[in-house]
Design a protein around this ligand. Structure first.
Ligand code: C2E
Ligand code: MG
Ligand code: MG
Length: 556
């Protein structure tokens, strides 16, 4: 027959008597010597139980004339005890009335092809590095799980896990170590995961867990706590010990969302909130989070417009010598008036950071500061340095140091015309590249201040490692320096900070100085520079110049 290829095994079957005749090649494919397959019954015993139904259906459909050919791929037990995949095709010979009285066909061993196909399917649905099912598989499973949960009126939960500061590991220990860590984490989680949980790799350092079913929000939370504990127990790898933490977001069906996509997004949002709270935390999704996101998004849109429509301005706050009161610098602070009201930087800077707009805004701030400096120089001669605040995000991208230097050079200004203020978070998120950029700035003659000192994770080792020249004591310390009821305020702390700074030859600036008594105490403690409402709040450029720069021009 034409449909027979050289390697195919031939068979012939009588649908009425069920008598079967198989060719020797077919037996050979399955590794059998003699023919022990007299009829359909004997053959069906060899067919994989999971495939019997599909096989019978295919035969029936063809016999009834609904399919022109018989074709079926199924597994058959071979002599070696393994199942072989075969493709069987055939055709019935029919009488005048169309009734089949004989069927002939052939089989091909397609085990290799099926294996390959299964591998491909596996690869498409699994993550290469960890072997975990991937986001595609998750999406499928989530749909199935949701259907089931709806039918049974049960709950399910989605947990979004993101490792904290994983980028640091990649940057400092290399990508191989990063990969290894992901594998170790996968092992750890898979071995200790609660039984109603399934783990997926979303991508990068993100994992998803599907909890199905779950009793209630409390149960979801306790599962998340188990996972978090697993993640925070140090992991010993081949060459390195890893100390990791993770942020986990939880969303619950049906409380938080009724469809899979929203459920995942809410878990992601909650994870994001956990990150924003400093990481190593679990957050359950709440409706408030949605409001916050909506608010953030509308603020972002407005901010983009503000940048185009020149609604932003720089105000300047003087820094003066604690003892002499002489102007030693100014801090440029961003102001946004949207036409109706002032929007405070504490509100819009975080939005600018999250949306990445801070890159453009940061550049705008440098440009604008330089314009003011040029104008003032022309009018008042040399003026003290203007400090610009830099967000951590600005260090992620290319070289903020080069940006500074290029712009200064273009304006024909010396490097010390500008200063940079950074917060400790730059250092926390610091990979080597941010430290390099800071070194580059310092070496080019741009002074760097550490802002809001004392509010973060300030540690001596940071201070020693970093090329900073100035420490700005956060205004909360200054605010608590002298307490009304005579209780001990932050004085001992401020004293210690100043002593430490001095030992590292750092200049000390106190922020938020509002009263004479604060100033006097700070002077006594050895603080070099003060900044705050006592001297002046941040003023529009013209006012600032009128009030504080006029002196500069009278100096010589
Ligand atoms: P910061 O750099 O610590 O700025 C000092 C903040 O303290 C300013 O708030 C300033 O107006 C306020 N301040 C100064 N003196 C006093 C005082 O005596 N008492 C009190 N209670 N407050 C005082 P502002 O202008 O609202 O800025 C808030 C934060 O926004 C800044 O904190 C800074 O982190 C950020 N920011 C402002 N402008 C920029 C910018 O251009 N770029 C970036 N990346 N961040 C900026
Ligand atoms: Mg500052
Ligand atoms: Mg500050």
């Amino acid at each position: 027959m034409a449909m027979l290829a050289a390697h195919d095994g031939f068979w012939e079957w009588d649908p009425l008597s069920k008598a079967l005749h198989v060719g020797s090649r077919l037996l050979e494919i399955l590794g059998y010597q003699e023919d022990f397959l007299p009829d359909t019954h004997a053959w069906l015993k060899l067919v994989h139980p999971e495939d019997v139904a599909a096989y019978n259906r295919a035969v029936a459909l063809h016999l009834k004339g609904q399919n022109e050919f018989f074709y079926c791929e199924y597994r058959v037990l071979a002599k070696d005890g393994c199942y072989h995949w075969i493709a069987s095709r055939g055709m019935a010979v029919r009488d005048r009335h169309g009734k089949a009285y004989q069927m002939v066909g052939s089989v091909t061993d397609i085990t290799d092809r099926r294996k390959y196909q299964e591998e491909m399917e596996f690869l498409a649905l699994h993550d290469n590095l960890t072997g975990l099912p991937n986001r595609l598989q998750f999406a499928e499973h989530l749909q199935d799980a949701l259907r089931e949960a709806r039918e049974k009126a049960e709950r399910l939960a989605v947990l979004f896990i993101d490792l904290d500061r994983f980028k640091n590991i990649n940057d400092t220990l290399g990508h191989r170590a990063g990969d290894q860590l992901l594998q170790l984490i996968t092992q750890r989680l898979s071995q200790n995961i609660p039984s109603n949980c399934r783990l997926y790799r979303q991508g990068g350092d993100e994992f998803i867990v599907l909890l199905n079913p779950v009793e209630d929000a409390r149960a979801a939370l306790s599962a998340a706590m188990i996972l978090k504990d697993q993640l925070t127990t140090p992991i010993t790898g081949g060459e390195s010990d890893f100390f990791t933490t993770a942020s986990i977001g939880i969303s619950l069906f049906p409380e938080d969302a009724s469809d899979g996509e929203t459920l995942l997004r809410h878990a992601d949002t909650a994870m994001y909130e956990a990150k924003a709270a400093g990481g190593n935390t679990i957050r359950s999704h709440t409706p408030v989070m949605n409001e916050r996101i909506t608010f953030r998004m509308s603020l972002e849109t407005q901010l983009r417009r503000a940048l185009q429509e020149e609604q932003l301005a720089l105000h300047f706050q003087p820094k003066v010598d604690t003892v002499t009161g002489k102007l030693v610098g100014a801090e440029a602070l961003l102001r946004w008036h949207d036409g109706k009201k002032q929007i405070p930087p504490d509100l819009f800077i975080p939005v600018a950071e999250e949306s990445g707009l801070i890159i453009q805004i940061g550049e705008w701030v440098i440009d604008r500061a330089i314009l003011h400096i040029l104008e003032w120089q022309e009018r008042y001669g040399d003026i003290p340095p203007v400090a610009i605040n830099l967000s951590p995000r600005q260090f992620w991208r290319s070289s903020v140091a080069d940006l500074f230097l290029e712009k200064l050079a273009l304006a024909g200004l010396p490097p010390h015309a500008l200063e940079a203020e950074i917060t400790e978070s730059v250092l926390l998120e610091a990979d080597k590249s941010s430290v390099d950029q800071l070194l580059h700035l310092r070496d080019s003659g741009i002074a760097i201040s550490l802002d809001d000192f004392g509010t973060g994770y300030s540690s001596l080792s940071y201070l020693q490692r970093l090329p900073i020249s100035t420490l700005k004591i956060d205004k909360s310390f200054v605010n608590n320096l002298i307490l009304d009821d005579g209780a001990v305020g932050s004085e001992p702390m401020v004293r210690a900070i100043i002593a430490m700074a001095k030992s590292l030859s750092l200049l000390v600036v106190a922020e938020g100085v509002e009263t004479i008594t604060q100033r006097q105490l700070l002077e006594k403690l050895g603080c070099d520079v003060i900044q705050g409402y006592l001297i002046s709040k941040a003023l529009p450029a013209v006012e600032f110049a009128d009030k504080f720069l006029v002196d500069c021009s009278n100096r010589g």
